[in-house]
Design a protein around this ligand. Structure first.
Ligand code: SF4
Length: 347
């Protein structure tokens, strides 16, 4: 079978029109690739457009305040992508604005791994290097019937070698776009459209009834439960306390209410006797009540966060407290966003 020719023929007829496919600007391609990691095209598209509009050049992204970049990223998750993106923009500006133009050089940028480097190198510079993302693993494992797990080093190597062997060296950009689009639009994780698939005759998974079991992935992440009790301070002038997360944690650089990390639910007395609570409230008299008896659950890849919000009205003003409007300006993570919308009916 002429894999690449069949693939590209399919792509020409079925591809979606997307703005990053109409450009060879490596900066725009890089933006789109970072935004689309772990994100669906429909969700990522408005973010891509607003990044291009707000930061049309790599210099403008490098010079932007980090809080502004995070605010624009708000809602996309995996925030280290945004901080790495900006750090890499600074690297490029510091290097006399020379955008790396080979796969090898692209790998030196912060946050740029094998996949992103291959995507930029091939789409922007037509370098013959194969991309391997979740779509590519799925397509190749099914068509060729490969059961090596995709998340062990041997699997990563095997799929990269096969993808490189199959790559159309004359037109790597179109080939790479095509295989990813094929995985997203035809050979989807659930209910792939085998009836109209050009590879049906040769597809091992289809012919052996193994579609549901391919690709193989070893489950190795144990999800840890965390219990966060957020302290929503309300001063007499309706101000609140907001802390910024440090750069070593998840949600680095984002703002949130002070919180107690507990091993489960808390009784009111356990909350008010806690060191963190005493630190936040200081010597002021207060009245506390829990906002949600049932935790709001937020799942991340390795963690499940159970969030409780406690409304704590204090009788004194507190140093460092800010207004709701100021809080709205700051980048926040999804739990905070949900609570703030609900509690203050923010749009
Ligand atoms: S026949 Fe089905 S499983 Fe095989 S490549 Fe086509 S869509 Fe995917």
């Amino acid at each position: 079978m002429d894999f690449s020719r069949q693939l590209i023929d399919w792509y020409v007829v079925n591809k979606r029109e997307l703005p990053w496919r109409d450009t060879q600007n490596p900066y725009f391609i890089w933006l789109s690739e970072v935004i689309l990691q772990q994100t669906r095209v429909k969700q990522g598209l408005p973010y891509y457009k607003s990044f291009v509009k707000n930061y049309p050049t790599v210099q403008e992204l490098a010079a932007a305040p980090q809080d502004d970049v995070l605010k624009l990223w708000q809602g996309l998750g995996y925030y280290s992508r945004a901080t790495n993106l900006q750090a890499a923009a600074v690297q490029i500006v510091d290097n006399d604005l020379k955008f790396p133009n080979t796969y090898k050089e692209l790998l030196t940028l912060k946050g740029v791994g094998d996949y992103t480097a291959a995507a930029i190198a091939s789409f922007a510079f037509n370098e013959a290097v194969a991309v391997v993302d979740g779509n590519v693993y799925r397509v190749l494992s099914r068509i060729y019937g490969i059961a090596t797990p995709i998340n062990v080093p041997a699997g990563v190597r095997e799929f990269k070698e096969l993808a490189s062997k199959l790559l159309n060296k004359k037109d790597p950009a179109t080939h790479n776009q095509a295989i990813m689009e094929f995985g997203a639009m035809q050979c989807m994780p659930k209910n792939p459209d085998c009836d109209t698939c050009p590879f049906q005759k040769d597809c091992v998974a289809f012919n052996e009834g193994r579609i549901a079991e391919l690709p193989v992935k070893i489950k190795k992440t144990k999800v840890k439960s965390l219990f966060h009790h957020y302290i929503v301070i309300q001063t007499p002038s309706k101000k609140l306390l907001f802390n910024q997360r440090d750069n070593s944690s998840i949600w680095a650089g984002l703002f949130e209410f002070p919180y107690i990390d507990a091993s489960g639910g808390l009784l009111p007395v356990e909350l008010t006797e806690h060191e963190v609570f005493k630190d936040v409230v200081g010597g002021s008299r207060f009245r506390e009540s829990v906002y949600n008896q049932e935790p709001i659950i937020h799942k991340l890849s390795h963690r499940k966060i159970h969030a409780y919000f406690w409304i704590v009205e204090v009788e004194d003003e507190i140093n460092g407290a800010i207004t709701i409007e100021e809080a709205q300006e700051r980048p926040v993570h999804v739990l905070m966003e949900r609570f703030m919308k609900d509690f203050w009916q923010l749009k």
